[in-house]
Ligand binder design. Structure first.
Ligand SMILES: [Zn+2]
Ligand SMILES: [Zn+2]
Length: 306
């Protein structure tokens, strides 16, 4: 999807300004409704003039009620040529290149069938995720949900009747952050999604992953086994696992394996951003807003890091 035909993202305000209230619409006649709508539109413009929106990324004022300005939106780092299986970005390949599985997929057995990760974990989306997750800004969830849906699907190819299962957040992390970020994101996606999409928090951790940092790279992959348990209702379902960031894929892979063992028909993965492989030309860090809390998913290339 190009920048020019990109539909607008959902306003941070939830679209309250300029949007008629349904119950009011039901009670008022058509002409009264038009008058009310015009009045609300003028009020929104007056509020915008008196207190213009500030982009959460560049902190500049901008002429809309959206959470980020058009310029920041256009410069978000998009995952333009992802592996169709694990969404690892392929540096230096054109969008017309026919991709099969990447070397990462050839080295590991993945239990999910495909991955949608529209952004790279770089400046812009990385800062939005860090603000949202580490600086307690759950109100950014509708923005992130809208960005994900807009980048991944066109209205014609939105899949229907999905079961969306958020990767569970460990209780210690939930306490630190004040909210279960993947569950909140799943609910925001369901609220934005135009078709039937049910959020089912069917996965749970069976043990803490706190000792992961002591393990070798290979042991980490093995250690993911039996890390999750899933509700038996998953039997026969096609499910989507939702996480915010995919680094090695070890976490979602363990969850996918658990789902298949419990009888799920198919597992796909949705995540906001994919981390390029270390050493890739796509790997660049432009600073960020992280408060020092490491991402929960272990890195294959940094066996001593958590
Ligand atoms: Zn901006
Ligand atoms: Zn791959």
């Amino acid at each position: 999807m190009t920048a020019t035909n990109r539909p607008p993202i959902k306003p941070l305000t939830g679209g309250a300004l300029g949007t008629p209230v349904c119950s009011t619409h039901m009670k008022l006649g058509h002409s009264s409704h038009r008058v009310l709508q015009a009045a609300l539109g003028h009020t929104a413009k007056a509020i915008q003039w008196l207190a213009p929106a500030v982009c959460v990324l560049c902190r500049q004022t901008h002429p809309s009620t959206e959470a980020i300005c058009d310029d920041c939106d256009q410069h978000l780092p998009r995952n333009q040529v992802p592996c169709p299986h694990c969404a690892l970005p392929s540096a230096g390949m054109t969008s017309t290149t026919t991709l099969k599985c990447c070397t990462h997929c050839q080295q590991h057995r993945f239990y999910f069938s495909e991955t949608h990760a529209p952004f790279l974990m770089q400046w812009g989306i990385r800062d939005l995720i860090h603000l949202w997750k580490f600086q307690h800004q759950p109100q950014l969830s509708p923005l992130l949900a809208s960005l994900f849906i807009r980048e991944v699907f066109t209205p014609a190819d939105l899949p229907r009747s999905l079961v969306l299962i958020p990767i569970p957040t460990q209780w210690r992390r939930q306490l630190q952050r004040g909210f279960d970020h993947t569950r909140v994101l799943a609910q925001a996606i369901a609220a934005t999604y135009p078709h039937s999409l049910t959020v089912k928090p069917w996965l749970r951790h069976t043990r803490s992953g706190a000792t992961q940092h002591r393990l070798s790279r290979l042991a980490r992959w093995r250690n993911q086994h039996e890390r999750f348990a899933v509700n038996a209702k998953i039997q026969g379902c096609r499910v989507v696992l939702l996480d915010d960031v995919m680094t090695t894929g070890a976490t979602v892979n363990a969850a996918a394996e658990t789902c298949l063992e419990a009888g799920a028909k198919q597992v796909t993965v949705w995540c906001l951003a994919r981390t390029p492989e270390p050493g890739s030309p796509l790997t660049r860090y432009h600073g960020g807003l992280c408060n020092g809390e490491a991402h929960h998913e272990p890195s294959l290339r940094k066996p001593n890091a958590r």
